[in-house]
Design a binder for this molecule. Structure first.
Ligand code: NAD
Length: 486
């Protein structure tokens, strides 16, 4: 762990093994922290924020350091891609893309931090000039999941540090390795001690201690809704600022005027990229009924040809799921889908032949003839499992799409521009695409409606989440108020 500018073991000396999900081999042994380590890390972050140079230095100086980190990361893209692939299972081409995206995110926030940020107001009193400036929030607890280990760490750290805050970040126990390596780059770039601290350990111990700590001003969390709810409750103790990026069950809607092969290609990408372990995955396919039969036939044929392999293998298109527990959860949902009466079109099983025997490999799975009351349609599976439903009219498509407690993402495939835009405007979701699915940009805000979260990451919105708003009023008349006679 990295606390107050030093590499440290857990105070108890406890450790945890880290596994390669392709074969369960041990690829690392890392410290297993607890609440005592959290206390040290928060104290270090507090000192760095309350007394240290970081929040007080020129924004351009902070930016220069983040640009250095981006350069260092860019030199090591292959190494970071390999670490995330070994740790999470995802194919190398996915993790290489994540690492490049992380470089772009660092550069985006380094470039943004010295741009105009405040506002000036002409208020109702002509003798007062009113301003708003943005200031750093303080000490931020940042808690991240395992599906994009490096990218999630950078999405959290880049805006937080750019804005002048201090951080204590906790990765998932499944995938701590790229965060450890990334902290070596922060150190090499010269980040002052205590500004960013890395603690490792379970959510219930280290995560909970972080969220409850009175020295923490903000909690930024990405993960599942069960943990998100606990975090929100724990953060109320000291009224912490909170942002939550939670789960999803996002619709991919296809109308009958599309080029079928193009839409099939996107629908496949929407659900099966990154093994379906994507919060914004297009996991509910909604098809206009006139194209249903042809569409699902082409889709299933393509899904069966997806090259499932160890992530390090040349040409791998889908890797193993992150852990045995998670694979079991996904397999349980597949079993549930069968019991609920959905029609299994393809997949539906763990892959167990020779090269898959020790890993967490699940075949790309599609369930057809699903209905909105099925749990496989309502609940986030977070794996390579797609449900298919049909609709007749535009209104029905919108109603089906919005019939979810989640509201993270949505895609609409349609050649009729007016219809596509009408549908998008009617959807209750934070990230949407027309005739595409998944492209994500550092410049544009990321986050969900409804139970998919609170707040936004990325873009200017993402920087604002790490600032406080201060109102400043200047008395231009320079005289007394004269309210009391004497
Ligand atoms: P998770 O909620 O189990 O864990 C996420 C992180 O929270 C981990 O670091 C974990 O240790 C920690 N944690 C767990 N319980 C905690 C507690 N009580 N207090 C403090 N910390 C706690 O999620 P996961 O299984 O790692 O990731 C999958 C979930 O993340 C999915 O639901 C997915 O949709 C969501 N996700 C959302 C986004 C988004 O941007 N909206 C992005 C990626 C993943």
């Amino acid at each position: 762990m990295y606390i107050d500018g030093s590499w440290v073991e857990a105070q108890t000396g406890a450790t945890r093994e880290v596994y390669d999900p392709a074969d369960q081999s041990v690829i690392g042994v890392v410290p297993e922290g607890d609440a005592t380590d959290v206390k040290r890390a928060v104290a270090a972050a507090r000192r760095a924020f309350d007394e240290g140079p970081w929040p007080r230095m020129a924004a351009t100086e902070r930016a220069a350091l983040l640009f250095r980190v981006a350069d260092l990361l860019e030199e090591k893209l292959d190494e970071f891609a390999l670490i995330d692939t070994l740790d999470s299972g995802k194919p190398l081409r996915d993790s290489a893309g994540d690492a490049s995206d992380a470089v772009g995110c660092l550069r985006y926030y380094a470039g943004l931090v010295d741009k105009p940020l405040g506002q000036a107001y002409n208020v109702s009193d002509p003798d007062t000039q009113s301003f708003v400036v943005r200031e750093p929030l303080g000490v931020c607890a940042q808690i991240i999941p395992w599906n994009y280990p490096l990218m999630m760490a950078v999405w959290k750290l880049a805006p937080c540090l750019a804005a002048g805050n201090a951080s204590v970040i906790k990765p998932s126990v499944n995938t701590p390795l790229s965060a450890i390596r990334f902290f070596e780059l922060l150190e090499e770039a010269g980040l002052p001690a205590g500004v960013a601290n890395l603690v490792l350990g379970s959510g219930s111990t280290v995560g909970q201690a972080l969220v409850e700590h009175p020295g923490v001003d903000k909690v930024a969390f990405t993960g599942g809704n069960v943990s998100g709810r606990k975090i929100m409750q724990a953060a109320t103790g000291t009224f912490k600022n909170i942002s939550l990026e939670l789960g999803g069950k996002s619709p991919c809607i296809v109308f009958d005027d599309v080029d079928m092969d193009v839409a099939v290609d996107w629908a496949l990408f929407a659900i099966f990229c990154n093994q379906g372990e994507v919060c914004s995955a297009g996991s509910r396919l909604l098809l206009q009924s006139s194209i249903h039969d042809d569409f699902v036939q082409r889709l299933a044929a393509r899904a069966q040809r997806i090259r499932v392999a160890r992530g390090t293998e040349e040409g791998a298109e889908m890797g193993p799921l992150v852990s045995v527990e998670h694979m079991q959860r996904v397999l349980d949902y597949i079993e549930l889908g069968r019991k609920e009466g959905a029609t299994l079109l393809c997949g539906g099983e763990r892959l167990t032949s020779e090269q898959f025997a020790k890993g967490n490999f699940v075949a790309p799975t599609i369930f057809d003839h699903c209905t909105s009351d099925m749990r496989i349609v309502r609940e986030e599976i977070f794996g390579p499992v797609l449900t298919v439903q049909t609709f007749e009219t535009e209104e029905e498509a919108v109603a089906l799409a919005n019939d979810s407690k989640y509201g993270l993402a949505a895609g609409v495939f349609c050649r009729d521009v007016s219809r596509a835009f009408r549908v998008i405007k009617a959807l209750r979701a934070g990230i949407t695409w027309i005739n595409a699915y998944h492209p994500t940009f550092n410049q544009a805000p990321w986050g969900g409606y409804k139970e998919s979260g609170i707040g936004r990451e990325l873009g200017t919105f993402g920087l604002e989440e790490y600032t406080e708003v201060k109102q400043i009023n200047i008395n231009l008349a320079d005289g007394p108020v004269g309210w009391f006679a004497n």
